[in-house]
Design a protein around this ligand. Structure first.
Ligand code: ZN
Ligand code: ZN
Ligand code: ZN
Length: 284
């Protein structure tokens, strides 16, 4: 350790003799270099060039991870809507996986996914968790949520045209009478398949086709659709192009719209109207 005089402190660029606290070697060093070393190690230990590279001195004097961290709040955090537990060395694990592992008495494979039956990511009771073999089976769970919702349309769930979402009360879910007349007389229509979905098209001539739903919606809006807009089929039947069944919305709104349906079904599940069995949602 070096006795720091008042003068030296005032002039940190001054050269001075540094004595290594590890091996005892004395060497010339700037005061600023000595201060920087102390700051990095968070201690008053001075080391020579060789010793400062040794592994036991490379880390700072205190471990500031985990419990010693300034931001420590008991090892539990909420990330992406999921509650996570601290495992050490900066790693966290989702709570639902920990609980499922305890229940099964084995560790989960990486591809195995845990689904929250009521769609509440923070409700990690074992009765609310369903183990899916892989991502595909988990996607199916969410597809089932939507399928169940579309079946209950008009009885428990309605579509709100004003804010592009599905709701549980019938009010404000009507399309005006004017709009309901569009697209009634359509000739020269063809059905085309796009992956698993098929849409009706109208032949425009010159080998060009246009989807009936975009023709009807454009008539209703009185303008062309924007590039980021698409047409949502309210009852999921892509061949039902009645104006009541169509709504134009942006791509991001469309994702939110489908998610709102899943959310409504999960609310009906909490009310006991919908039941969950082996990955399928059914009306009671
Ligand atoms: Zn040394
Ligand atoms: Zn899920
Ligand atoms: Zn849609």
């Amino acid at each position: 350790m070096l006795a720091v005089k008042e003068k030296v402190v005032n002039n940190p660029d001054r050269f001075t003799e540094r004595k290594c606290d590890n091996c005892g070697i004395k060497e010339r060093a700037r005061m600023s270099t000595i201060y920087r070393g102390r700051k990095r190690r968070r201690s008053t230990v001075d080391l020579c060039k060789k010793c400062s590279n040794l592994s036991q001195f490379r880390k700072c004097a205190f471990d500031r991870t985990g419990k010693n961290s300034v931001n420590w709040n008991g090892g539990i955090r909420i990330n992406n809507g999921y509650r996570q537990h601290y495992l050490g060395k900066g790693a966290y694990r989702n709570e639902q996986r920990i609980i499922m592992e305890k229940h099964l008495n084995r560790s989960l494979k990486k591809k195995e996914k845990v689904h929250h039956i009521d769609c509440n990511k923070l409700n990690n009771k074992i009765s609310n968790l369903y183990l899916c073999k892989n991502m595909r089976e988990h996607s199916k769970c969410h597809y089932e949520l939507e399928r169940c919702g579309f079946k209950m349309l008009g009885r428990y769930i309605w579509f709100n045209y004003a804010n592009n979402s599905y709701v549980l009360n019938k009010t404000k879910c009507k399309r005006s009478e004017k709009e309901a007349d569009f697209g009634k007389t359509m000739t020269r229509t063809h059905t085309k398949r796009f992956g698993s979905l098929s849409y009706r098209h109208r032949y425009l001539g010159n080998q060009k086709y246009k989807t009936i739903h975009s023709i009807v919606v454009e008539e209703m809006l009185g303008r062309r659709l924007y590039a980021n807009e698409l047409v949502h089929h309210v009852d999921s039947n892509t061949l039902n192009n009645s104006p009541r069944n169509l709504q134009a919305m942006s791509r991001s709104d469309h994702a939110i719209c489908h998610f709102s349906l899943q959310k409504r079904v999960s609310e009906l599940y909490i009310q006991g109207i919908v039941v969950f069995e082996n990955g399928f949602y059914k009306e009671k």
